[in-house]
Ligand binder design. Structure first.
Ligand SMILES: [Zn+2]
Ligand SMILES: [Zn+2]
Length: 393
């Protein structure tokens, strides 16, 4: 039997015919990157290929890397293998990677969402024989409300806070969620301020020509009275820090797909939780997989065990693939392992551990990572992650 076009090894998703990797987690010579989130775009590769709107963000996050950029639907050829990028709708510049060789087509989704968020190029299903998909929210319990409802909720809450003389603080991931929140705000209510990490990310995107609503960096010099009418967007790592406390009195809202689960709001000590995710929900995943017309599916991260069983039941040749993709919805915390303390000095549990454990453990049985492609230390990390995901490695 000939070698599959793409395979999972100890470094990432490997194409032996083209001699390149997709989203490798260990240093390689040539890395094709789906998007700039830290679990997909790692430091240390000799050469990178990514979408042009990831250019400045990748340089901001990874330093002076050797990066080639292309647009969507602009095929390039490496050792006889054709590679092209296609919109994934996950964040600005996120891409699915299409790989074609001798008439066989594979697509790697990276992370994706189906709803058009108005700032990321909308997701386009790509026909293929084999589809390597994420399934972060691959459980029927996840069904997103239309985003306009969520933004209406955020804007109404902001107006209420202005009336009550409280600053509005909203937490979302610095790349993706922060910009999506920014573009959904009603700017007639007040100014939008940003934490430095988010402002740096916004500046990188603006350098790439992305048009974002105006923002001001929140600093110690910022006018307190003005800020009370404004809204501050900050990353999860800033929750409960002295930086955040200086805006007191404030109302604090949290934006994440994980807010869909019971207990999430309480555990985060947030006043408000908004269910807004940059990943496809259950229906979006199933619909997208069907739209590819594929026969074979490999699931890289999320509820891979139960979702692959479901796909097999409906006639797909579905497999779990063991990777180190952790889901960007937790990776920022992993990068900034600060103790989360709320304004009363109580320690808040790290984001996502709590929710996943509370809601999912009855449903999913913990499975040990298989030997495929992982070293011992990676297996340990994967097993840890599996426990955090309530067993869904
Ligand atoms: Zn991811
Ligand atoms: Zn991502």
């Amino acid at each position: 039997m000939s070698r599959p076009l793409l395979e999972f090894n100890e470094k990432g998703i490997f194409c032996s015919a083209g001699n390149f990797y997709i989203d490798p987690w260990r240093p390689v010579k040539y890395a094709v990157i789906t998007h700039a989130h830290s679990d997909h775009a790692k430091w240390g590769h000799q050469k990178y290929l990514a979408h042009k709107l990831s250019h400045e963000v990748l340089k901001y996050r990874l330093g002076n890397i050797d990066l080639e950029i292309i647009d969507y639907n602009e095929p390039i050829h490496i050792n006889g293998v054709t590679i092209s990028l296609h919109p994934a709708g996950h964040i600005i510049g996120s891409a699915q990677i299409r790989v074609e060789y001798k008439g066989e087509v594979w697509v790697v989704s990276g992370d994706y969402k189906v709803e058009d968020d108005g700032i990321s190029t909308p997701f386009e299903p790509v026909k293929c024989h084999s589809f390597i998909s994420e399934c972060t929210f691959g459980m029927p319990v996840y069904k997103w409300r239309p985003q306009q409802e969520i933004f209406d909720g955020i804007n109404n809450w902001w107006r209420l806070n202005v009336e009550e003389g409280k600053t509005t603080v909203i937490v979302g991931y610095s790349l993706g969620k922060a910009q999506r929140i920014l573009q959904g705000l009603d700017l007639s209510i007040g100014n939008v301020y940003t934490h430095g990490v988010i402002e740096n990310t916004n500046e990188a995107l603006r350098r790439d020509g992305v048009k974002l609503n105006p923002t001001q960096r929140a600093t110690f010099e910022s006018n307190k009275d003005e800020m009370r009418k404004g809204l501050i967007i900050c990353p999860p790592s800033s929750v409960g820090t002295p930086w955040m406390r200086k805006f007191y009195p404030y109302s604090f809202g949290y934006c994440s797909g994980w807010m869909a689960l019971r207990g999430a709001k309480r555990r985060r000590a947030a006043d408000r939780g908004f269910v807004l995710s940059d990943h496809a929900d259950w229906g979006g995943l199933v619909q997208s997989i069907k739209a590819t017309g594929c026969e074979t599916v490999y699931l890289t991260h999320g509820y891979t065990a139960s979702f692959s069983r479901y796909l097999c039941d409906i006639g797909y040749d579905a497999h779990e693939a063991h990777t180190l993709y952790g889901g960007d919805e937790i990776s920022e915390l992993d990068e900034n392992p600060v103790k989360l303390v709320n304004e009363y000095g109580e320690i808040i549990e790290p984001v996502d551990d709590a929710e996943k454990n509370s809601a999912d453990k009855e449903i999913i049985i913990l499975e040990k990572p298989s030997k495929i492609g992982l070293t011992d230390s990676e297996k340990a990390i994967a097993l840890k992650k599996a426990k955090r995901m309530g067993g869904a490695l």
